[in-house]
Design a protein around this ligand. Structure first.
Ligand code: ATP
Ligand code: MG
Length: 514
């Protein structure tokens, strides 16, 4: 535009104009000159300002980078300080746990070398407290036997006297009765003492069980390749081993990004496995992850993350539940008061109802006490969706085909899962049966079917196929409502057994509708 104006200015004198017009035009030109000068000035100022801004922006960028570096450094430093702290706490805990089992071993026993003839094997050797207790029980038994012998001979003397066989050794009736009463009262007192010792022995046996499990955990921790406090995926600081399952190790860990405790479940594939088997296992696990990650409910353990560690190992990151699992609870106290059992089964059912109200219904299929965890305030949560099934939309009320037969834990599986003649159709009724078994076990301290049997014997003897009717022990006394719910859950015939959403209406499972 400026160049147009200059061209016009140079050539305007050739344009034929009147005098007035020429003067007016000249004035306009000089105004325009002024404007040009101002514009040029502004332009230069803007250029200067732009250059100043550029400079400032460079400066700011530099400062920002320094700040970022600094932030990164302090973040790294913070992570380092935090993980060092966590590690030293864990190391102290490990030391304490080892010290504790050494002490307990003296009292309760240890795994030692047992020799039977020429065969040497590992076996349990009782500790001093158990030895003392058994010695007490033995001496009480000897005392009892000796008194019984005396009593027998006293009776013999009395009956001999009655027969008139032996008048010299005979005793008066009064003496006989007094003597017999002494023996009876002594026997009663021995029995009382024996009962106290037996109760104590039961308590020791429970403690012994806990000690053996803790020894196993420590042995597993010592043998684990993750026991050296690694930081996985640049954020999960592995701490102590919580336990080892069939195919996995579970570590307590700290998420350095979200600043919370988590449980890292390390799934290891056997190096000897064929590629095909590894692939199938990974497919299975990814499916578990895909199902589990979408579940958000107070009574379902959250799955936060999953990542690969190497070709043979991957890790799932779960909500950390600091309480025991229900299996450990029932090992410590096999029978729970009904009130406690009820609130636990109610929470399990709340989880199951959620699984059945989603658009994609889910059958857990491996519901058992070991898969019910408690958080720090005692809220029960269902976990381990490794065997769970998604119910496809086109499946009718009878359920879907169970393709992976033989998985799961037999005490808790319903009869239809043992039908070998045909592929069973499974539905949420499988979980209803398992929940019934769990409630029974919490109330009566034993499982309703095959309690004392091994998994192998349950299969061999068709224990569950024959589990047509549930029997209740007379003790402890349990409400009719609880028994009725158990009966409904343990309905033998799958078609007659209520599904999760039907049984959810049972009055025993509701606290408000009373
Ligand atoms: P299975 O192989 O049948 O699942 P399992 O349930 O004993 O056997 P894992 O699920 O691997 O094995 O669990 C091992 C241990 O880790 C158990 O003692 C369990 O209580 C504990 N554990 C598992 N998940 C968590 C969690 N989210 N928070 C706290 N502890 C957990
Ligand atoms: Mg488990």
């Amino acid at each position: 535009m400026i160049s147009n104006f200059i061209f016009w200015q140079e050539n305007w004198s050739n344009v034929p104009l009147g005098n007035d017009e020429r003067v007016a035009l000249q004035e306009e030109i000089s105004v325009l000159h002024g404007k040009i000068a101002t514009l040029e000035e502004e332009f230069n100022r803007s250029r200067q300002e732009a250059s100043d801004y550029r400079h400032l922006s460079h400066q700011l960028e530099k400062e920002l980078k320094e700040l970022r570096d600094h932030d990164q450094q302090s973040k790294t430093k913070r992570i380092k300080v935090l993980s060092d702290l966590l590690i030293s706490v864990s190391k102290a805990e490990r030391q304490e746990a080892r010290m504790k089992i050494r002490q307990e071993s003296l009292r309760l026993g240890n795994i030692g070398v047992v020799r039977a003839g020429t065969i040497i094997s590992e076996g349990w050797e009782d500790g001093q407290a158990l030895k003392d207790l058994n010695a007490h029980l033995r001496s009480l038994l000897e005392m009892k036997e000796s008194i019984e012998r005396h009593r027998k001979s006293l009776k013999k003397r009395q009956s001999d006297k009655g027969d008139g066989n032996d008048m010299e050794t005979g005793i008066s009736d009064e003496d006989f009765h007094v003597q017999d009463e002494i023996f009876k009262s002594r026997l009663a007192s021995i029995k009382r003492e024996e009962e106290t010792y037996l109760k104590e022995k039961d308590r020791y046996e429970l403690e012994k069980g806990r000690l053996i499990r803790e020894m196993k955990r420590i042995r597993d921790e010592d043998g684990s390749r993750f026991n050296n406090f690694p930081i996985l995926n640049q954020r999960y600081a592995l701490l102590n081993l919580l336990g080892k399952g069939g195919f996995s190790e579970v570590y307590k860990a700290f998420d350095l990004v979200e600043n919370r405790y988590v449980a890292c479940k390390l799934h290891s594939l056997n190096g000897q496995w064929s590629e095909e088997k590894k692939q199938s296992y990974i497919r299975h696990a990814i499916r578990e992850y895909n199902i589990h990650k979408t579940l958000v409910h107070p009574h379902i353990v959250r799955l936060w993350d999953i990542f690969e560690i190497d070709h043979n190992t991957f890790c799932t990151v779960l909500e950390y539940c600091s309480g025991k699992d229900l299996d450990a609870v029932l090992k410590a106290t096999p029978m729970l008061p009904e009130r406690e059992a009820r609130i636990i089964i109610v929470q399990i059912f709340h989880g199951l109802i959620y699984l059945n109200k989603r658009p994609q219904r889910i059958i857990h299929y491996d519901l058992k006490p070991g898969n019910v965890l408690f958080d720090e305030v005692g809220v029960a949560k269902v976990t381990d969706f490794g065997l769970s099934k998604i119910v496809e939309d086109d499946v009718g009320s009878q359920g879907m085909e169970l393709t992976s037969q033989g998985a799961g834990t037999y005490w808790y599986l319903p009869p239809e899962c043992f039908e070998l003649s045909k592929t069973p159709l499974i539905s949420s009724k499988v979980d209803v049966w398992s929940a019934g078994v769990i409630l029974y076990q919490m109330l009566f301290g034993r499982r309703p079917f095959g309690h004392d049997q091994t998994q192998e014997r349950i299969l061999r003897e068709d224990t569950i196929i024959n589990a047509r009717k549930v029997e209740f022990p007379s003790k402890p006394s349990v409400s009719i409502e609880a028994k009725e719910l158990i009966r409904r859950c343990l309905t033998y015939n799958q078609t007659e057994r209520p599904d999760v959403l039907t049984i959810a209406q049972d009055p025993y499972l509701s606290y408000s509708k009373r």
